[in-house]
Write a protein that binds this ligand. Sequence first.
Ligand SMILES: O=C(O)CCC(=O)C(=O)O
Ligand SMILES: [Mn+2]
Length: 214
Amino acid sequence: MRDSHGGQGLFALSDDPVSLPLEDGSLSYFPCFFSEAEADALFDDCLHSLAWRQDSLRIADRLIPIPRLQCWYGDTGTDYSYSRLKLTPLPWTDLLQGIRSRVEACSEHAFNAVLANCYRDGRDSVDWHSDDEPELGRQPVIASLSLGAARCFELKHRSKRHLKPLKLTLAHGSLLIMRADTQHHWRHRLPKDPTITAPRINLTFRQITPRGGA
Ligand SMILES: O=C(O)CCC(=O)C(=O)O
Ligand SMILES: [Mn+2]
């Protein structure tokens, strides 16, 4: 582990967000949250040190692999379920703690868990969904760090059909923060893109209220 990942050593190149007006929600995008050199090192470290796993969904008695690798890290008790997948947290690593400190300082929000996704190439994806599971609360703050291949991220409003879907290219080293009613009113996805041959890693930091907890 390089010293620069101990927390203090990580630096953000720019804390200036690009303003992305969103009706019924709130988005801030920091295109150069980490410098290219820092993002390169973080990408390699995440790729090689996180406990990537291939999860599957049971659909009509068949096990269907989800189109990406993933892993879940967090405080004890931050179990998380989505699409009938139950994730039990692995303990924080120094690498993830260091990234979390930087993301918390920028977003002025505390996070107790992170979902890591690895899209091996453009055949991997995540389908339309909202991060609206009960353990995330009514107005979750989700901070999403992108490392590796730039990919298109799309949002569409659940009910207001006249609002155009939004398409953003999430750059290497960028941070997207979704707040307020975004998860309540909007769905998002990362579509497949056959032109992409390189991998991408995404870390979405979340604050989980354990079920039955305060
Ligand atoms: O990879 C991304 O940018 C989005 C991932 C996502 O939406 C999720 O894991 O809930
Ligand atoms: Mn999501």
